[in-house]
Design a protein around this ligand. Structure first.
Ligand code: PHE
Ligand code: ZN
Length: 856
């Protein structure tokens, strides 16, 4: 009979940072013996414990783990010696000394649709253990501060059997692996199946030969080279820039089709979502290639920032993620264009993190409470976590940063560390007091910095004021230290004061510049020196001046962005677009010397979501349909005004050389597509159709297809595309995503419904689900349809997904996070959808926490 309690929503019990207690045992070795079978895999574990302090032996154990046997030093435990309580296993352990705990369990990988723990993806056995997945494999102290070397025996009649570390022996359906580096359970992995390797080799600076393999399914080998090359570039870069060498004889990467996230840094055995490994010119876009390179680097860099130095507890997640994102951003900046990378990163930060910080899901970079840790792999922890490190580097200087990092690696190698440890190495290395800086980790919310200027005979005074709006649970925000990079430009365009970092520490503060011959134009927050919103009155002419004269590429782009934003806001107030923005676009298009990738970014209009955010901040209720209409009108106006120049750019940016995914070619293609996107508004999709027919690469084909959908004439192209790529899952994901994304707002929900009914909407595959649902939610006016059908559609699918894969349901539910900013009718529909989810029986802890926070 069904257990009633299994049908009740999961308890929402928060875990608190302040409750941290060290584990009372050391774990000196973990030995696993795993016999793989699709429906019943058995796991024998031997854990060598030694007592360090009084306290019970408490292990974590997943609900679906079938516990068959427990023994201490070979003596079987009877029922009185242990107790299983929900996900906790309490065992009577010796009061002192060392002992070995053995356990025997059986789990069912084929029933594991949540893709956490041991599961099957397309016939391949694989695991995902971060954050708390290992407990679904074997009973264990599943917490990052318990670290041990692992010895793993894998048994299965399969050609490839992989685990962490170095191979000890292999053959005849058995493989033994040994990982000498003590690691927490979340870094454990195993993979078994019919896989093929694309292999390479790397010799470290101190002469260690490392065998490199990218494992893919038979047939996918030709799409794995770029991942391997990216890995080699990452290894070289980490030696050169951070002095970090790899520490095993082997580095394996495995691509799997079913994966909840992007990729995972398991020691020596990274497991990747196949979309972040597989690429060929005809199936992957330039953006896909750039992401693959960046994520391969990210996971590789974790070997030092995450694995050798890990986190004491999950509240410290930003210790590894913020730093590793910062490092992968530096890497991409070095491999490609630093200016373009910085602008892309700020775009993502604003679109995702600023939005999060302004809504009900706002939380500090280091949270102090969570119900479900998987809900905290957020833009705040990752992207804002990286921004905080960028600020720290700016404040202590490049040399101070290098010294502090050197100290961090020396002092904490082998540790499970905290943010306090991290800040302490900066204090010790540079002598700087970082107590105020720490607020960036503990206080949520995006500061608003207002800047005003005062000019009097050769003296310029800049006055700044900072304030941070309240966020859930944090009403009061004391001032933070904010590095504000400024430069001064004279009216003739010369830079009279080069970039200077002003350190703002007070709520209000002023800075002066003397001896200036003429009143300069201030270029502020250069390089986006702090993750704040800069509020500054500036007329359109001055913005246009900065757009053409600023020496800082980010500030140049930002001036154009502000001009575009203000033009759209004016149009939404019923005014016609001012001449300055349209003229500035003309100048940009005429600049044949400019970096095409940079121009492409300048040509892209702010998103509808961005305009809605700006309006909401300014106290205006955004009207999604009006925003859509205004943006379309502006794009059309630009196209009409500059048709000839856009055509010239479109022609000039054609790439005739064989496809390469590098910065140069991808920059040209992105400018070409940006020009085409504008022309598409006035040519009825004619050029896009021509490009779709002739393009030889996925960047241009997918770009053209999106524009054809926008132009309302894509049925035939869509069928052709589907036919051509029906065997390539990752490309079919694009097909599912582009349609709801580019549909007319009033058709988007119907398009999504129609697609969701198809046989090949394999929704249990996270990539496929994200493609369709994410395509719709990214269509701002489509998702926020006035009749609430977008909200209902999302609620239906979240509930359906929650029963199968709670992590994915919870993640996609963030599309609701800004619901309160819209009008009363939309709010009513959203509220009903949220309440419907909340009242569902058997809601997961994941989705329950998310919707609960969003609804409040
Ligand atoms: N640690 C992974 C990363 O950032 C992300 C991840 C988290 C993957 C949880 C899977 C599960 O690289
Ligand atoms: Zn990471």
């Amino acid at each position: 009979m069904a257990d009633k309690s299994l049908d009740a929503p999961a308890a929402q019990v928060p875990t608190q940072l302040s409750d941290y207690r060290p584990y009372p045992f050391a774990l000196t070795e973990t030995r696993l013996d795993v016999t793989l079978a699709a429906e019943a895999s058995s796991i024998l574990a031997e854990l060598d414990f030694s007592r360090r302090a009084p306290g019970a032996l408490v292990l974590d154990i997943g609900k679906a783990v079938d516990l068959r046997r427990l023994a201490i030093d070979g003596a079987e435990l009877d029922a009185a010696q242990w107790r299983r309580d929900g996900e906790i296993l309490r065992i009577d352990a010796p009061a002192e000394g060392s002992f070995t705990l053995s356990s025997e369990v059986v789990v069912n990988p084929s029933a594991n649709t949540a893709f956490e723990g041991l599961y099957l993806s397309g016939g391949i056995f694989c695991t995902q253990c971060e954050a708390e997945g290992f407990r679904h494999i074997t009973p264990y102290p599943d917490r990052p501060d318990v670290m041990a070397p692992f010895r793993v025996t894998l048994r299965a009649d399969l050609p490839v059997l992989l685990s962490n570390g170095n191979p000890v022996s292999a053959g005849d359906g058995v493989a033994v692996w040994h990982d000498p580096w003590p690691k927490p359970a979340y870094l454990f992995a195993l993979v078994a199946g019919d896989l093929r390797a694309v292999s390479g080799q790397f010799t470290t600076a101190s002469g260690r030969d490392v065998a490199l393999n990218v494992w893919v399914r038979p047939g996918d080998e030709s799409r794995a080279d770029y991942a391997l090359e990216s890995l080699i570039r990452s290894m070289e870069w980490d030696e050169k820039v951070y002095g970090r060498e790899y520490d095993l004889d082997l580095f394996n990467i495995v691509a799997v089709d079913d994966f909840n996230m992007g990729a995972m840094e398991n020691k020596g055995l990274n497991i990747f979502n196949s979309k972040l490994v597989l690429a060929s010119p005809d199936t992957a876009t330039d953006a896909d290639y750039e992401r693959i390179e960046g994520v391969i680097a990210h996971e590789y860099f974790h070997n030092w920032t995450g694995n050798r130095i890990t986190c004491r507890d999950w509240f410290q997640l930003c210790l590894k993620e913020g730093l590793t994102v910062f490092r992968d951003q530096q890497f991409t900046a070095d491999m490609r264009s630093a200016a373009v990378k910085r602008i892309e990163d700020v775009l993502t930060l604003r679109a995702r993190q600023f939005r999060e910080d302004q809504g009900p899901l706002a939380h500090p970079v280091r949270p102090d409470s969570y119900v479900e840790i998987n809900n905290f792999y957020t833009a705040t922890v990752y992207e804002k976590g990286a921004e905080v490190i960028g600020m720290l580097k700016l404040l202590v200087g490049d040399e101070g940063y290098d010294k502090a990092l050197g100290l961090y690696f020396d002092r904490h190698d082998g540790d499970a560390a905290t943010i306090e440890d991290w800040l302490k190495v900066f204090e010790d290395a540079t002598g700087r007091d970082l107590s105020q800086f720490k607020r960036w980790y503990t206080d949520a919310g995006t500061p608003v910095v207002t800047m005003t200027e005062d000019w009097q005979d050769g003296h310029l005074t800049l006055r700044f004021a900072q304030s941070t709006p309240p966020t859930p649970g944090q009403d009061d925000k004391p001032p933070r230290v904010i590095p504000i990079a400024v430069g001064l430009i004279s009216p003739n365009g010369d830079e009279v004061v080069p970039t200077t970092v002003l350190e703002m520490t007070e709520a209000e503060q002023e800075f002066s510049f003397d001896g200036l011959a003429a009143r300069p134009v201030v270029s502020a927050l250069r390089g986006f020196s702090a993750p704040v919103m800069l509020d500054r009155q500036m007329d359109a002419t001055t913005r246009a001046f900065l757009l053409s004269h600023d020496t800082d590429p980010f500030a140049r782009w930002e001036a154009g962005r502000q001009l575009a934003r203000e033009t759209l806001l004016a149009m939404l107030r019923g005014e016609s677009p001012g001449a300055e923005y349209l003229d500035a676009i003309g100048q940009l298009l005429a600049d044949e010397a400019a970096d095409p990738a940079f121009l492409a970014l300048c040509l892209r209009l702010p998103s509808e979501e961005e305009i809605a955010t700006v309006q909401a901040q300014g106290g205006t209720t955004p009207d999604p349909d009006a925003i859509h209409a205004a943006r379309e009108a502006l794009a059309t106006e630009i196209a009409r005004r500059h048709e000839a120049a856009l055509e010239a750019v479109y022609a000039r940016m054609e790439v005739s050389a064989p496809y390469r995914p590098d910065a140069d070619q991808s920059g040209r293609r992105s400018l070409r597509l940006a020009a085409l996107a504008l022309l598409n508004r006035i040519d009825g999709g004619r050029r896009a159709a021509a490009l779709f027919a002739e393009a030889g690469n996925m960047t241009e084909r997918a770009g053209a297809l999106g524009l054809m959908i926008q132009a309302g004439d894509a049925q035939q192209a869509l069928s052709e595309f589907h036919r051509e790529f029906s065997g390539v899952r990752l490309v079919i994901d694009k097909w599912f995503m582009l349609q709801p994304l580019h549909a007319e707002p009033d058709q988007a929900v119907a398009v999504a419904q129609h697609l969701a009914a198809r046989d090949d909407f394999d929704w249990k595959n996270p990539n496929r689900f994200r493609a369709l649902i994410g395509g719709l939610t990214a269509n701002h006016a489509g998702f926020h349809a006035a009749d609430g059908t977008g909200y209902d559609f999302l609620a239906d699918w979240l509930l359906k997904m929650d029963a199968v894969n709670p992590q994915i349901a919870a993640r996609m539910s963030a599309a609701f996070e800004s619901w309160t900013r819209y009008d009363a009718d939309r709010r009513k529909h959203a509220e009903a959808a949220l309440d419907r989810i909340l009242s569902a029986p058997a809601l997961s802890r994941n989705l329950g926490e998310m919707i609960g926070r969003i609804r409040n």
